[in-house]
Design a protein around this ligand. Sequence first.
Ligand code: PXP
Length: 253
Amino acid sequence: MNRLRLGVNIDHVATIRNARGAGYPEPARAAELALAAGADGITAHLREDRRHISDADIEVLAGLCLKRGKPLNFEMAVTEEMVGIALRHRTHAVCLVPERREEVTTEGGLNVVAGHNHIAPAVQKLREAGSRVSLFIEADPAQVAASAQIGAQVLELHTGAYCDAFRAGEFDRAGTILKRLQAGARQAGDLGLEVHAGHGIDFATVKPVAAIPQLTELNIGHFLIGEAIFTGLAPAIQPMRALMDAARAEIAA
Ligand code: PXP
């Protein structure tokens, strides 16, 4: 069974920094520590409103990841501005996400079915520049099929609804959503796409997600950065890594 990569999203280090308008804590320092603690890559979302990660952060993180030989996964909305920034940095990996100004986090997946004409040219431009393009979608058969059709190489399945249901103690609902994630991953794998997952994952929810055999990467941010306040980044990341590895070992057995 393939080893599952862990991408650590460091957006909320910038959230804390920006709360004071100060220069610290630095997302780049978090990225260094996360990589040293076993993260396989760094994820950062440059939002249109720059509420956390800034343009300067992307510049620094792109350089740092290049130096360390680790991928920077650049999360972005499908806008001309963001496509331009991604092209300028020649980011290794790009994840296209829906973005609404009033949302507190990325709520729901990209509507690739309805947004086909808008999203397809962005995917093409980014791929031509050498980026590996991922689309962040709900595990919905029509969205998976549309994503493959417009040339995405990777799908990231939104795990937020599963994690919310699990944390609310609604285990039947969580089970139903998990089945949808499993089916979406199977469909994407059959279409030849690489499959990732992320959003809302914590220690309690990671194993059932990590046990989906087609997955090759999880992207986790909010929980790890929150946990790091109490324990430090490495003691937050290392047990997550261990839970992911344990889930893979169990399905391989
Ligand atoms: N993947 C994508 C595409 C996201 O937008 C986010 C949140 O920025 C994450 C993963 C990580 O989610 P969380 O911060 O809830 O772990």
